[in-house]
Ligand binder design. Structure first.
Ligand code: SGN
Ligand code: CA
Length: 528
């Protein structure tokens, strides 16, 4: 062997000599598996998102640690549960950017780091060589961006397209092409209030979406579910959410709606109003007694009308998203980057598409606890996986959580994963291994209460079949579900005869997880 080579490999850290993959991490907002055809074909087609899964892997047991935007982002950035990274809720938190984060660890390993799009952590990003973020939730139309000089700049166009333009521009023109990179593309789509791109205003208008089985749930035996304020019929704003505008009708959010729509250029505004005004006219003719989102009668008809409007607009927003993910995949292919790049697609949490009669998230029930997760693998990883799994269907069934992303990326960068990271690297699973000691249960903790949508604080454990949840603060309710016999979580069997052994086992597991993750639950319970 050549002396020079020996010398070089002995001084360079392992990271520099091993294969170093790039990472493109695409995270959307409130995009749920029910609206992604590689998970669920009952609603819409998402051909580009499905391409990622078809070329790679799809996780069927993918969950978040705290089903809310800021907290999820903080979990992803740190690899730690909310009580450890300090960002437990959107309302009072400021992310402490001086703490150890995945992008900082990537930088130390020689990676370029960039984030474009929704940030939602209040403090400005740290650990990124490049960032261009949305203020707070951002706007769909002609959105503002915050630049690295902390200037706010208004851009022209539809947000999902702009985030993608900026991302491709960074990949093509702005990065140092001699170094590996991680790019976080964080979309606002498909967050409330689901404002579509002009070219898709009429998309899905002929479609009637199936009303979920649990749409008329009566929440029997579930106190926290009874007391939420995220009900399509009761809480969804007829103007802001379903866009049924009437100049004289003031609702809780009608002023916000005016502000958002008024961001449109006059030509687009005309097109927008033309479309929604005719629907609104028809609606208020049918339901003239509409007051602040409710009618005095016909409630079922209005509820289902709102549901269809919600589904259609959400689907339109996903359509633009799917196109734009396709653009990124095409760019990676054309530039040859796909061979050496891991592409991750996920969301900050799942969402209710009418299940239990709801929109929004927050609960530890399946629809919002779960989050989509698909990955397109770089060539070498794909080959390694194929060797381990000759009949691979690309499906990974192990239980994973968003605290696992940080250690996965750090390990891929060839760096050592610090001991205080609480997630586990997904790399063995990507390679097609089934580690015997992989986690057998998940821990969840949600904190944002009292707050919008009124979902009580709760924590819980899920072992793939059984789920135990404790709602606390101004309530003290335990819930136990057997998802095998009750997949929609309608029957709280806590305290029922015959469940004693299971309950004991889950309680023990919950305490074990709280110890493992060092969640000072007693402090939480006593805090008012
Ligand atoms: C906003 C929305 C809520 C939503 C939260 C959190 N209201 O406050 O419906 O639950 O964001 O969402 S809105 O009137 O502003 O649309 S998160 O995904 O960012 O956590
Ligand atoms: Ca979200």
């Amino acid at each position: 062997m050549n002396k020079k080579v020996i010398l070089l490999s002995s001084v360079l850290p392992l990271a520099a000599t091993a294969q170093r993959y790039n990472i493109v991490y695409i995270m959307t907002d409130d995009h749920t598996a029910q609206m992604m055809s590689c998970y669920d074909k009952s609603n819409i087609e998402t051909p580009n998102l499905d391409r990622i899964a078809a070329d790679g892997v799809r996780f069927t047991q993918s969950y978040v640690a705290n089903s809310l935007s800021g907290p999820s982002r903080a979990c992803m950035l740190t690899g730690k549960h909310s009580h450890k990274n300090g960002f437990t809720n959107n309302e009072h938190g400021i992310f402490d950017g001086s703490q150890q984060t995945m992008p900082k660890l990537m930088q130390q390993a020689g990676y370029q780091t960039a984030i474009i799009g929704k940030w939602h952590l209040v403090s400005l990003p740290t650990g990124f060589d490049y960032w261009n973020i949305l203020p707070a939730q951002g706007d769909y139309y002609n959105p503002n961006f915050i630049t690295m000089n902390n200037d706010t700049v208004r851009e022209q166009g539809y947000l999902t397209n702009i985030i993608t333009d900026k991302s491709i521009d960074w990949l093509e023109n702005q990065r140092d092409k001699s170094r590996p990179f991680i790019l976080l593309i964080h979309h606002k789509a498909c967050h409330r209030n689901w404002l579509p791109e002009m070219k898709y205003l009429r998309e899905y208008e002929d479609k009637t979406f199936p009303v979920p089985e649990t749409f008329y749930d009566d929440y029997q035996g579930r106190l926290a579910a009874q007391q939420q304020e995220m009900h399509i019929d009761r809480d969804m704003d007829i103007v802001y959410d379903t866009k049924m505008f009437r100049p004289d009708l003031k609702t809780r959010l009608s002023e916000n709606y005016r502000n958002m729509v008024s961001r449109l250029d006059s030509k687009d505004l005309l097109q927008y109003s033309w479309f929604y005004d005719s629907l609104s006219l028809d609606f208020y003719n049918r339901f003239p007694d509409m007051r602040d989102g409710r009618t005095t009668n016909n409630s079922k008809a209005v509820a289902e009308f709102k549901y269809q409007r919600y589904m259609r607009d959400y689907a339109k927003v996903v359509k633009s998203l799917d196109d734009n993910v396709g653009r990124v995949l095409d760019y990676l292919k054309q530039s040859g980057l796909d061979e050496n790049t891991l592409v991750v697609y996920t969301s900050d949490q799942g969402f209710y598409m009418g299940e239990h009669g709801w929109f929004d998230k927050r609960f530890m029930y399946q629809e919002s606890f779960a989050t989509p997760l698909v990955m397109q693998l770089p060539k070498q990883l794909r080959e390694e996986r194929a060797k381990n799994l000759p009949n691979d269907d690309g499906v990974i069934t192990e239980m994973v959580q968003n605290i696992d992303y940080a250690p996965t990326f750090v390990e891929l960068a060839g760096a050592t994963v610090p001991n205080d990271i609480q997630g586990a690297s997904l790399l063995p699973l990507l390679k097609g291994q089934h580690p015997k000691n992989w986690r057998k249960s998940l821990y969840y903790h949600y904190y944002e209460y009292p707050a919008e949508h009124s979902v009580k604080r709760h924590y819980g454990v899920y072992d793939g079949r059984w789920k135990l949840i404790h709602f606390y603060r101004d309530i003290d309710q335990w819930e136990l579900y057997d998802l095998q016999s009750d997949p929609h979580e309608l029957h709280n069997i806590y305290g029922q005869k015959g469940t004693e052994k299971t309950l004991k086992r889950l309680q023990k597991e919950l305490v074990r997880l709280q110890k493992q993750y060092d969640d000072p639950i007693e402090t939480q319970l006593s805090r008012k």
